[in-house]
Design a protein around this ligand. Sequence first.
Ligand SMILES: CC(C)(COP(=O)(O)OP(=O)(O)OC[C@H]1O[C@@H](n2cnc3c(N)ncnc32)[C@H](O)[C@@H]1OP(=O)(O)O)[C@@H](O)C(=O)NCCC(=O)NCCS
Length: 225
Amino acid sequence: MAPDKVDVVLLSDEEIPTCFEILSKSFSNGAPFVDIYFPHHDTPSGQAQGSKRLLEWKKSSSDSTFLKAVARGNHGEQEHIIGLAVWTYMKEAPHAELDKDENVVEVWPDEDDREYMTRLWRDYVIPRTQAIAASDGKGVYVLELLAVHPDYQRLGAGTALVKWGTKAADEQGIKAVVEGTPVARRLYEQSGFHAKIGEMRFDTGEEFAGRRKPNLIFMVREAES
Ligand SMILES: CC(C)(COP(=O)(O)OP(=O)(O)OC[C@H]1O[C@@H](n2cnc3c(N)ncnc32)[C@H](O)[C@@H]1OP(=O)(O)O)[C@@H](O)C(=O)NCCC(=O)NCCS
């Protein structure tokens, strides 16, 4: 049954595992970047590790805001989490070397997986790094994660989670950016983003030619007054 109301509020540390499960379910196995970045995210061990990484990230980055979308029903139905988003205010260029932010040996124990992810990451951060460099020191808001539970999609939760960051960006008069999946493109366009790079480039080398590559669109939204 469709909820009567969807609210967006801050997410607590204890709610991270629930949110990680939603993330895994919503992307299922259709998003190569998520599959590589959160290995085995659809298994109990992958979810435990993914939750641990999200929690470490939440605790270590004061510029990242972890949000949940909550559905509330009028019929005694308990409120429950149906989606999540992470927005980060970035003023400094992100690290291009993944091992500066992640315990890469633990997360990608296989050497080839680790190398592939490391190369992907270098290219992944290029557009957002350029956006930060072009911001004249003002910084940008980056939508780093967005996922809505498959049973609760098309009810406005995604839009509400995006709205939190675009509103903050408008208040500061700065741009918002996202490395978007094709399925979310329409939602981002309706929220004021346009595609700056229709297909992000990932030059991971001949040795990884057989691997699935991310299919991502780099989208930018100008501040609105
Ligand atoms: C993308 C996603 C977050 C959208 O969440 P949502 O709560 O369903 O979004 P909304 O209900 O706010 O949708 C707003 C509009 O976006 C568009 N839209 C959303 N999902 C769509 C889909 N699957 N196909 C086409 N258009 C879609 C529609 O125009 C929709 O408006 P409408 O329902 O009135 O037609 C959700 O589909 C999801 O979690 N997908 C998998 C994870 C993912 O790709 N995340 C984005 C990472 S960058």
